[in-house]
Design a protein around this ligand. Sequence first.
Ligand SMILES: [Zn+2]
Length: 97
Amino acid sequence: MLDEIRKTLCLPETGVILGVDGRHVVTKFYPDITGTTKKNNYVPDVRKLNEIIREWAATEIAFIGFVHTHPKGAERLSSCDESYAKKSKKLARCPKF
Ligand SMILES: [Zn+2]
């Protein structure tokens, strides 16, 4: 699953939402291909992502957060990124992402 997610994150700045099953295992992801990138700023397509999250909820897949890429040269996590990743990791039984 992690390799599949990495393959979708090849664009300069984009994001992927993550979903877990009843065992809290990441079993779903959706690349935000309709999100936009504006000058060092990724803007998720919230309307589309909410639609996907609602579809997942109907099949008992819970949204736990999303991962995103940074532009070239910005290779460190921001403090918000670290905080957000820790919260998402607590919701999933995933050793690293
Ligand atoms: Zn970031």
